[in-house]
Design a protein around this ligand. Structure first.
Ligand SMILES: Nc1nc2c(c(=O)[nH]1)N[C@H]1C(S)=C(S)[C@@H](COP(=O)(O)OP(=O)(O)OC[C@H]3O[C@@H](n4cnc5c(=O)[nH]c(N)nc54)[C@H](O)[C@@H]3O)O[C@H]1N2
Ligand SMILES: Nc1nc2c(c(=O)[nH]1)N[C@H]1C(S)=C(S)[C@@H](COP(=O)(O)OP(=O)(O)OC[C@H]3O[C@@H](n4cnc5c(=O)[nH]c(N)nc54)[C@H](O)[C@@H]3O)O[C@H]1N2
Ligand code: SF4
Ligand SMILES: [Mo]
Length: 772
């Protein structure tokens, strides 16, 4: 493939956070491969020209010095040698096949599959996983969202997402959208809320973040205090009779089972435990209960904290009993093109190994018997699923678009786990901390050098999808994931040359002939379903602009399925009429409109959310037997401070100059301020620290040194380090440089949610000492 958009200004999208703002890029510079000018794309239907200040610096990603330009094979001494692609594909296929034959495909673990904005590879890797018989996988969602996914599934039968653009009251729970976004055009939306006297913003955050400063109600909880704060708010609503009785009666079940607990709950005591002024708690409860619409966004401040799944449950109880579902500006069931929580759902797991007295999860991990949610193993437990002599331990791993040695808790454990594997392959653009432990490293073309697509778009009533076209030529020696996975699948015999020849011939005769032929082939050999993306890429793909758009062929069946499943909302977006014609039009628009499209529009039909609930009686479940007993007995011991470690550390805060580990060159932060430990003036005073002074920070697993920035945004006793720093970056002189702290040198795999296994990165007990 060598196809690049023509014209001076090319369309693309930012890959630094999940909202993926549309970009207009001017390429040039070295070999014409640099992103020299970047602007917001007004034609992008989601971002409409909006970008934040990070996007302009994407060239640091594109031109990173540690990008890899050849497949690499590990030598016995741990160093790497370059090998050609044919050798690499043959040896990686053979290595994986050997593990499958010796131990079974279920002993091969798949990790990652997409960062913040590159998800096309994920569709193709599913084929590779199926051919190998891979059954277990995980990715970063299992260290943040899995608890919330589970609660959503139980209460609503699917994901419900808040409409912050319209909500009268927007609640941000452990979420700092000014810096971290999470919904389109976040800063613009936040400014609009502030400007409108009829709307309010509620922020739960121990810190005075930029978002908290904009809030009408800033609930400055003690770190980890959210479960008590939310319980108190629900109690005020119920004790003051403010719940939406008609809504509860008509649309929910289980209210009677939860009511008594909140009726009897001591609001004063709970407010104190949460570190909050009781009056503020009461006022917030009344504001939420009386609003015509409320939308809630929970994120890492609570998801990577004590009681995380309980907090997900509580915040949903709060907005449901006040009637904030299936209406404008409340939670609605969006219609995604690729279903987030079903992505990668495989039928796995026996139930053995679990305690018979506990609710038995339907799917459990092979060694520990832990709950698998949305098909994902808890990240914190992956080392323990590998470093053991249990017969079901993982023996190999395929890791794509993820850097678990750096991003999982307790990096040293994950590094050991990599070393304990018999075989591993990493597919990445850069020689990451994880790549440096792998048997083979396969270099991917960057997100601007290939076709790519979004994944996280869950907007309502209109939803968008964006397939991006390459902006610059690929770095020589790299390949795009669709090609890498297809070659591996072919080397493993996932489909035959004859399959390809037949389908290629059919594709030349038109889409209808192709559809009939493909359908007949799948009927005879249903196994080919699992490798459909690669088969479509190799066959139908060759007819798309003479093969230039081949990697997008995999959207063809999806477009047809979509218009058949959602005819009304597809028609409102312009994809109506006969199902065939609508499907073809949607497919053609998806792959040719370079700024993305609106593919579904529910109009004003908010009530349609009820139809999308995957719960037979269409009633929201308020009583969850797996979680309610814990809600009634919140463990106060979790809040007590340790004498040895008197500070609470946020191990991994998002700042304006962080972007996970996608940009590895720390010099992209021009002011070189990003690596600092934020500390309150009171604490700085006690430790005689001034801005820029060095400190040693120690937790029960490790220690690190950095410099401090004194800020009154931090409350006393609470310090924070940025996320995604401390990378071992090989700069232009070939020297390895590390800026900032690798926060997972300080976190422990043992500190995790009792239910979803999500980590407590936001509440790490620590001690701090001044360094001369
Ligand atoms: N600039 C930038 N943006 C990003 C990213 C990035 O790396 N950089 N990463 C993206 C990704 S992958 C994600 S998941 C999102 C995450 O987005 P956020 O969740 O918004 O990010 P964080 O800054 O990690 O945490 C949010 C807030 O939680 C607060 N917090 C800490 N402890 C507690 C607590 O006990 N209770 C409450 N209520 N709050 C607490 C912190 O003070 C912080 O302000 O951001 C995305 N956007
Ligand atoms: N202590 C602590 N740990 C955390 C967090 C925290 O707050 N604190 N946050 C957690 C969260 S929310 C997240 S989302 C994770 C993120 O951690 P990871 O899931 O590990 O992902 P990223 O850091 O986003 O890194 C993405 C990887 O993809 C690679 N890449 C970029 N473009 C491409 C491409 O086109 N193809 C391929 N194949 N690879 C590419 C990058 O080089 C990088 O190695 O970290 C988690 N870890
Ligand atoms: S970092 Fe996020 S909000 Fe900022 S430009 Fe990129 S996609 Fe948009
Ligand atoms: Mo994340």
């Amino acid at each position: 493939m060598s196809y690049v958009q023509t014209g001076d200004v090319k369309k693309s999208a930012c890959i630094l956070c999940s909202v993926n703002c549309g970009l207009e890029v001017t390429a040039g510079g070295k070999d014409g491969r640099e992103l020299i000018k970047i602007k917001g794309d007004r034609d992008n239907p989601s971002s409409e020209g909006y970008i934040c200040d990070k996007a302009s610096r994407l060239n640091y990603y594109q031109m990173g010095e540690d990008r890899i330009d050849s497949p690499m094979r590990r030598r016995a001494d741990g160093s790497y040698e370059k090998v050609d692609w044919d050798t690499a594909i043959a040896e990686v296929a053979a290595g994986l096949k050997a593990v499958k034959e010796k131990h079974g495909g279920d002993k091969i673990l798949f990790l990652g599959g997409g960062g913040q904005g590159n998800h096309l590879g994920g569709m193709y890797s599913q084929g590779l996983q199926k051919v190998l018989g891979v059954k277990y996988r995980s990715n970063a969602l299992a260290q943040e969202k899995t608890g919330e996914f589970w609660v959503n599934g139980k209460m609503f039968g699917g994901p419900a997402h808040g409409g912050f653009e319209e909500a009268e009251v927007s609640v941000f729970l452990g979420k700092n959208p000014w810096h971290t976004h999470g919904f389109p055009q976040s800063r613009k939306v936040l400014r609009e809320i502030v400007k409108d006297p009829k709307r309010s913003m509620v922020v739960f955050d121990p810190c005075k973040t930029k978002t908290a400063e904009m809030a009408d109600y800033h609930l400055q909880v003690v770190p980890g205090g959210d479960a008590w704060a939310l319980s108190a708010i629900i109690a005020v609503i119920i004790q003051d009779g403010l719940e939406d009785k008609a809504f509860i009666e008509k649309h929910t079940s289980g209210f009677e089972q939860i009511k008594d607990h909140f009726m009897a709950l001591p609001v004063t005591e709970y407010s104190t435990l949460a570190g909050l002024d009781e009056t503020l708690v009461r006022e917030t409860a009344h504001r939420i209960a009386k609003a015509s619409s409320v939308a809630v966004f929970e994120d890492l401040g609570v998801q990577q904290n004590i009681n995380s799944t309980l907090v997900s449950y509580l915040q949903k109880v709060m907005f449901v009993i006040t009637g904030n579902f299936a209406k404008k500006g409340t939670a609605n069931m969006a219609i995604p093109l690729l279903l987030l929580t079903e992505a990668g759902k495989g039928k796995v797991g026996k139930t053995k190994g679990t305690d018979k007295n506990k609710a038995v999860p339907s799917k459990v991990s092979p060694v520990l018997g832990s709950r698998i949610i949305a098909g994902l193993l808890p990240c914190n437990e992956i080392p323990d699923e590998i470093i053991t002599d249990h017969p079901n331990r993982f023996r190999a791993a395929i890791i794509e678009s993820s850097n678990p040695v750096h991003s999982y808790a307790q990096s040293e454990r994950m590094r050991e786990a990599m070393q304990a594997l018999e075989f591993s392959v990493v597919i990445d653009v850069a020689m990451t901390e994880t790549a440096r432990e792998a048997s083979y490293v396969l270099p991917a073309s960057s997100s601007f050098e290939k076709f790519e697509c979004v994944f996280f778009q869950i907007d309502f009533p209109k939803n968008t999808f964006h397939i991006r076209h390459p902006v610059v030529e690929p770095l020589a020696g790299t390949l795009a994931e669709p090609e890498i996975h297809s070659r591996l699948i072919e080397a493993l015999g996932g489909y035959s040359k004859a399959n390809v020849t037949v389908l290629k011939t059919a594709a030349k005769l038109g889409r209808k002939v192709f559809a009939a032929t493909f359908g007949a082939m799948l009927a005879i050999n249903p196994k080919l379903f699992s490798v459909a993306p690669s088969l479509l890429y190799r066959t139908l793909g060759t007819t798309l602009e003479k093969g230039a758009l081949a990697p997008t062929a995999t959207f063809w069946p999806l477009a047809h399925q979509f218009v058949r499943k959602h005819p009304k909302s597809a028609a409102r977006a312009g994809y109506g009429g006969s199902a065939w014609r609508a499907g073809e039009k949607l497919f053609n628009d998806l792959i040719t409109k370079k700024s993305g499209i609106v593919f579904t529009d529910s109009g004003e039909d908010y009530a349609d959310s009820w139809n999308r609930m995957n719960i037979p009686d269409k009633r929201i479940r308020l009583y969850l037997e797996e979680l309610f007993p814990q809600v009634c007995s919140l463990d106060e011991n979790l809040l007590t401070d340790s004498k040895e470690y008197p500070f609470i550390l946020t191990a991994g805060q998002r700042r304006s100059e962080t972007s996970n580990t996608i940009i590895r060159d720390a010099s992209w932060d021009k002011k070189s301020k990003v690596a600092s430990l934020y500390i309150s003036p009171g604490d700085a005073n006690k430790l005689s620290l001034a801005n820029g002074d060095s400190v040693k920070i120690t937790t029960k697993v490790g220690s690190a040194e950095t410099y401090v920035e004194v800020t009154d945004h931090q409350p006393d006793g609470f310090v924070s380090l940025p996320n995604g720093l401390g990378l071992d970056y090989i700069n232009e002189t070939g020297r390895e440089v590390r800026v900032g702290v690798a926060v997972n040198d300080l976190t422990s795999t043992n500190d995790k949610d009792f239910f979803a296994g999500t980590p407590w990165h936001k509440r790490v007990p620590a001690k701090i000492e001044k360094v001369a």
